[in-house]
Unconditional design. Structure first.
Length: 236
């Protein structure tokens, strides 16, 4: 039986966080085994009702119990400085964006589909961390998790044109394939995250439905991947 998730190694290696994306969890027992494997109780998991907007939910207090299994609020990004609390997004092709501020030990997670990307949700998450935690973008590590890659993401001419006006010609190909990674990296760099501190998953959800879910490929039958990040308690 294979692993039920992939670790975000760049972030895990800091020793500060647990950060991962689930693989396909097609049954209740898969889901139970996943939560067991990642050693996560339901009371430690917080997520939002994702609406493809750019609102950032800020968790400043250990105000448990959280409403699991219900969403906390309508938002597409969550930031926190609370230890041992997993903040999560659900995706199938959209990008889960993981953020770790190495200096203030605060974290964020973002659901970035084309709508959220266009509304600069990744940049907004960083700016919210600046405001609430004193984060300096230069101290952040960012990981764009498993999602659909440009070669599989053809959109309408109108949408490709709209993205080009916003992010420049390199965001699309002449046959209207959109590079959501490019658009997110650009907005992160524009708010001060160093380009070399951003990394990208090589996996494409649409090419690897053996491992992941893809809305483009599976439509309504697609499940959702869980991406989560949690600040680990001090080991000393
Ligand atoms: Zn692909």
């Amino acid at each position: 039986m294979g692993s039920l998730y992939s670790n975000v190694l760049d972030l895990k290696e800091t020793g500060l966080v647990q950060a991962l994306t689930s693989h396909r969890l097609d049954s209740q027992s898969d889901r139970r085994r996943f939560y067991d494997q990642v050693r996560l109780g339901p009371e430690q998991l917080v997520f939002c009702q994702q609406v493809h907007g750019n609102k950032v939910e800020v968790i400043l207090q250990p105000s448990r119990p959280y409403p699991y299994p219900l969403p906390l609020a309508e938002a597409d990004a969550i930031i926190t400085n609370q230890v041992d609390l997993a903040i999560a997004v659900f995706t199938a092709d959209c990008i889960p964006v993981f953020i770790l501020d190495l200096c203030t030990c605060s974290i964020g997670i973002v659901h970035a589909g084309w709508r959220g990307t266009y509304k600069l949700i990744s940049a907004k998450a960083i700016q919210s961390m600046q405001k609430h935690f004193g984060t300096k973008p230069v101290n952040c590590l960012v990981y764009l998790g498993v999602s659909i890659q440009q070669s599989c993401y053809q959109v309408s001419q109108d949408l490709a044109d709209q993205f080009e006006r916003h992010f420049g010609p390199d965001v699309r190909t002449s046959d209207n394939k959109l590079n959501l990674h490019f658009a997110n990296i650009q907005q992160l760099v524009n708010v001060g995250v160093p380009f070399e501190s951003i990394s990208v998953s090589p996996f494409c959800t649409a090419c690897r439905t053996d491992l992941f879910y893809s809305f483009r490929v599976e439509r309504e039958s697609a499940g959702r991947l869980i991406s989560l990040i949690r600040l680990l308690p001090n080991s000393d």
